[in-house]
Design a protein around this ligand. Structure first.
Ligand code: SF4
Length: 485
């Protein structure tokens, strides 16, 4: 039989075929048509050749546009056609469904003035975070540098076909208020500068490489093996309970010559920050919202005045429980009066209140958790605008491990947890948005407790089943957004 002389297609042929279809909008190129086109190209490949996938197309497109302008010009893509290409090839459309690109960044490893029993002690991270979480991995690769983290996320979102004109920045990393003021100012200035510099990609690349080189010259690791080696001896002592996290993190980063060197440059002024804020008013990548996180007892007028100067619009506060007895058992003393005062102050100063509540704390029962949730929703002085509703899970090396081994704490069964969350979802008024029902902890880090990443979906399905049987409605905001209600 005569061999087919047609050469196998290249990724460029595929992108040109997509562009050709988009030049005739009448033909349309919806998800189905695009998949059909990709399948037709894949059929022309030799057996064993790597198949084309939708996710390769935009990164390839931007690589050519930025690195080989003449080749890109030959494709004759104007702004309108590029807009249609981005919409067709966009991955994970939910990431910017509200018109705002959300970027989470982490501050550097630091101690926390709290010492909560359930809180992870990963020395590679600021207190409470674990290095396998996606935002944490990104932070490590970027030396926890604010500028580099924003650059890397903007690039990834753009290559996935998202527009990033309106940006929400979420700053994670234990309690923001525990970091020195000069570091806070440097950090937010870095975030803003990256958004501003993004208007000029060549300048952005140059600044990003300069920053990278500074960390590399200081000998700071950003690769898995080296990071693990750097923290392993101290981590072993923390895990064995011989030293605590705060002590270890201070010693490790405070004595390391590389971290000491870069820390000298991690100090910023209000004047620098305000200059970047002024630039951002004209910038193409506009900061629309900024979230900072802390504890209720750290909310006072001075801190809130600083939050305003940072441009913060939303404050994440870890309530975890309304029951002082439960909080005491978790090593997190706080009173209801402090929580009411924190929520009240945030409201009066115009911040959006994003609370964290933890189910299944030591001493709690499914019934007490349900009652506490109803109280949170019914008391206007406590009710947040948004909520992260986490079931407590056991992470190795935490104080909770001791209670678990002694039989003084056990995770709820799957059925108990589902029942509590369904009850909570049904008790949520229309003004509240539950942004999360599980934390982004990798299943391999969870020794006991919920590992189902699709928990929210299961909760919604069970809530719908109960409503069909008993009547009622789900008023919670995110549910209505997702179902266009
Ligand atoms: S206050 Fe937050 S970060 Fe600090 S120990 Fe408690 S849970 Fe962890």
């Amino acid at each position: 039989m005569k061999k087919d002389a047609t050469p196998p297609p290249h990724l460029e042929d595929l992108i040109l075929a997509v562009l050709a279809r988009l030049r005739h909008p009448g033909q349309g190129l919806d998800e189905r048509a695009l998949n059909k086109l990709i399948r037709a190209f894949n059929r022309r490949l030799a057996p064993g050749d790597k198949q084309f996938a939708k996710r390769q197309l935009l990164p390839f497109y931007f690589r050519v546009k930025e690195g080989q302008p003449e080749r890109w010009q030959a494709w004759q893509v104007d702004a309108d056609l590029e807009g249609r290409l981005l919409r067709s090839l966009q991955m994970k459309p939910g990431r910017t469904a509200t018109g705002v690109a959300t970027i989470s960044v982490l501050t550097k490893p630091w101690s926390c003035s709290g010492d909560c029993l359930f809180c992870p002690n990963d020395l590679r991270m600021p207190k409470s975070y674990l290095h396998k979480e996606p935002a944490c991995q990104r932070a490590e690769r970027n030396y926890f540098d604010p500028y580099l983290q924003v650059v890397s996320r903007l690039r990834a979102l753009t290559q996935m076909g998202h527009r990033c004109e309106q940006v929400e920045l979420i700053v994670l990393g234990g309690s923001w208020t525990d970091y020195p003021g000069a570091y806070q100012r440097w950090f937010v200035t870095g975030l803003m500068r990256a958004l501003n510099d993004a208007d000029d990609p060549a300048h952005l690349d140059q600044q990003a490489s300069l920053r990278r080189r500074r960390y590399q010259d200081a000998g700071i690791a950003n690769q898995e093996d080296a990071l693990a080696d750097f923290t392993a001896p101290a981590q072993a002592l923390v895990d064995a309970g011989e030293i605590n996290f705060n002590h270890a993190v201070r010693e490790l980063y405070g004595q390391d010559p590389g971290w000491r060197k870069v820390a000298l440059a991690q100090e910023g002024s209000w004047a620098e920050l305000e200059a970047e804020q002024a630039r951002n008013r004209q910038a193409k990548h506009h900061l629309q919202a900024l979230a900072l996180e802390t504890r209720p007892d750290a909310i006072d007028l001075q801190n809130l005045a600083d939050f305003e100067r940072f441009g913060c619009t939303r404050v994440q506060i870890g309530l975890q429980s309304l029951d002082p007895g439960l909080l005491q058992l978790s090593g997190r003393p706080a009173t209801l009066a402090q929580m009411r005062q924190a929520v009240g102050l945030l409201r009066r100063r115009g911040f959006r209140v994003h609370a964290h509540l933890m189910l299944n704390l030591p001493g709690a029962t499914p019934e007490s958790d349900k009652a506490e949730y109803r109280r949170l929703m019914e008391e206007p002085g406590l009710r947040p605008d948004e909520l992260k509703l986490y079931p407590c899970v056991l992470v190795a090396g935490t104080g909770l491990e001791r209670l678990y081994r002694d039989g003084r704490w056990r995770p709820y069964s799957d059925a108990e947890l589902l029942d509590v969350l369904v009850s909570d979802l049904l008790a949520t008024p229309s003004t509240v948005r539950i942004s999360r029902m599980v934390r982004d902890i990798s299943a391999s880090d969870i020794m006991a407790g919920n590992k189902r990443a699709n928990l929210r979906q299961l909760v919604e399905q069970e809530a719908e089943r109960r409503i069909a049987a008993d009547g009622g409605r789900i008023l919670e905001q995110r549910y209505r957004e997702r179902h266009n209600l």
